[in-house]
Design a protein around this ligand. Sequence first.
Ligand SMILES: Cc1cc2nc3c(=O)[nH]c(=O)nc-3n(C[C@H](O)[C@H](O)[C@H](O)COP(=O)(O)OP(=O)(O)OC[C@H]3O[C@@H](n4cnc5c(N)ncnc54)[C@H](O)[C@@H]3O)c2cc1C
Ligand code: SF4
Length: 506
Amino acid sequence: MIIRSKDLSSDVNEKVDVCVIGSGAGGAVMAKELSEGGHSVVVLEEGGYFTRKDFNQKALDMYAMMYRDFGFTVAIGMPSIPIPTGKCIGGTTTINSGTCFRVPDYILKSWQENYGLEDLTSEAMRPSFERVEKTINVTPVGLDIIGKNALVFKRGTEALGFKGAPIARNAKDCRGCGVCVFGCPTDAKQAMHLNYIPLSSQCGAKIYANCRAERILTEQKRVKGVEGLFLDQKTNKKTHKMKVEAKVVILTANAFYSPALLLRNKLANSSGQVGKNLHIHPATRVTALFDEEIEGWKGVPQSYYVDEYFEEGIMLEGIFVPPNYGSASLPSFGKQHKELMKDYRHIAAFGVMVSDTSRGRVRIDQRGRPLITYRMNRSDTRKMAKGVAITSEIFFAAGAKKVFPYLPGLPEISSKQEVDRIRERRPKATDFTMMGFHPMGTCRMGKNRKKSVVNSHCESHDVTNLFICDGSIFPSSLGVNPQLSIMAFATHAANYINANADRYFQ
Ligand SMILES: Cc1cc2nc3c(=O)[nH]c(=O)nc-3n(C[C@H](O)[C@H](O)[C@H](O)COP(=O)(O)OP(=O)(O)OC[C@H]3O[C@@H](n4cnc5c(N)ncnc54)[C@H](O)[C@@H]3O)c2cc1C
Ligand code: SF4
């Protein structure tokens, strides 16, 4: 059952076992696994509830409807980096690309060594990954819908003898229409509003849309519930109050809003780590002009990856946006921009994503909203430059006429030899037009309560029965897109709560 603010005529009071804040990758999984475990669950989601009937594929409408701040969330720094997130039932999964990777084993090992997370071995996590993958139908993209943008890049990758493969995605009967980030109009992409949320409803969970959690209530360092406000979908004005009495509270508001809520409530921060250690997987794009027609908007936009330099922290992943929005997304100007748009049919594009060791931070402003800062360090800047050079090389190996690395003083290059001009530079972070799509780390997990916010079961070190289970818990960058790992860690934590129900629900 999904209840929206417009369905209500009075304030709401609930008394349940579990209150989940947020309905994205972490929250939806928690709601389903815990309600299936026999517990009464309510979910509070600040954003609205939308279905494929609402997904009109118009970028501006969809930004206004399902992206937080119209997609203009920015980490301030040199340069400032936009990091959009979702605000709707299903959270960012409703507007993401559907790419699914498991957290690499070597990352789990590094967490065992550096953060005392010995119990989180790949063996221990495997059943949770398998359960999620089955529920959301994770399968590699078929060649019929992979798109020419990917096929061209695959050609270049193979010509250079690099490693690459079609991406596994949470999709069923995908037609490759290319608008995943504006909500899938055919329900092919298996975002949370199509599986985990309805499954939790079937087990009795109540899902409240347009309901923003404001306060986490505690008594003697134990959670007691949550207070929130219902908001009008159109005006965002307060309509009613919400009060939930709950034995367990699960915070899954994402790596910006979970720390912000904790900081506002002055909770769970004896370590001083809440809001720190922000990683974002900074990403940039390289485009290329071919003689042949690419029509990159046809097919799955993110359908192929190259992990030849993965262990150096460089991942290349397909990226393409439809022409009506692509104009604004090309980092070119004036005459060059006009020429490129004329040739849009012949353009291919690929993304460079860096597994960052740089750290940002989430603080709160006077109104309690997240204030995000991020500074890219030299090592990550060099990785980004190397990623741009490799991507350019792959495009030339695939037969590109021109490649556009969009670097200051080097907007385009016309031959493989010129790729050395990228390598010879001393890159600066401000050279790149970047975005981030994967905020992580701001309530990090660890054994040492002085250095981390939650333990390996996602439970707060400080507040009994408070769990945090979203992208904020990862102690370092994953190097791969995080949604699947967030869902698997939520499954793992929910299993733990279910297995220890006597303790948590007494
Ligand atoms: C355009 C785009 C494409 C992406 N593509 C991929 C991809 O292909 N593969 C991948 O792995 N990752 C991708 N990601 C990232 C991925 O979707 C996110 O990392 C993941 O969904 C984060 O999960 P989460 O549980 O941390 O938070 P979210 O999924 O962001 O969910 C958090 C929810 O909490 C709600 N909330 C916040 N504060 C409150 C409050 N106070 N009260 C109530 N509710 C609140 C928010 O409105 C939101 O709905 C993409 C991201 C973007 C923006
Ligand atoms: S390519 Fe189209 S059909 Fe496939 S998941 Fe994306 S939006 Fe849905």
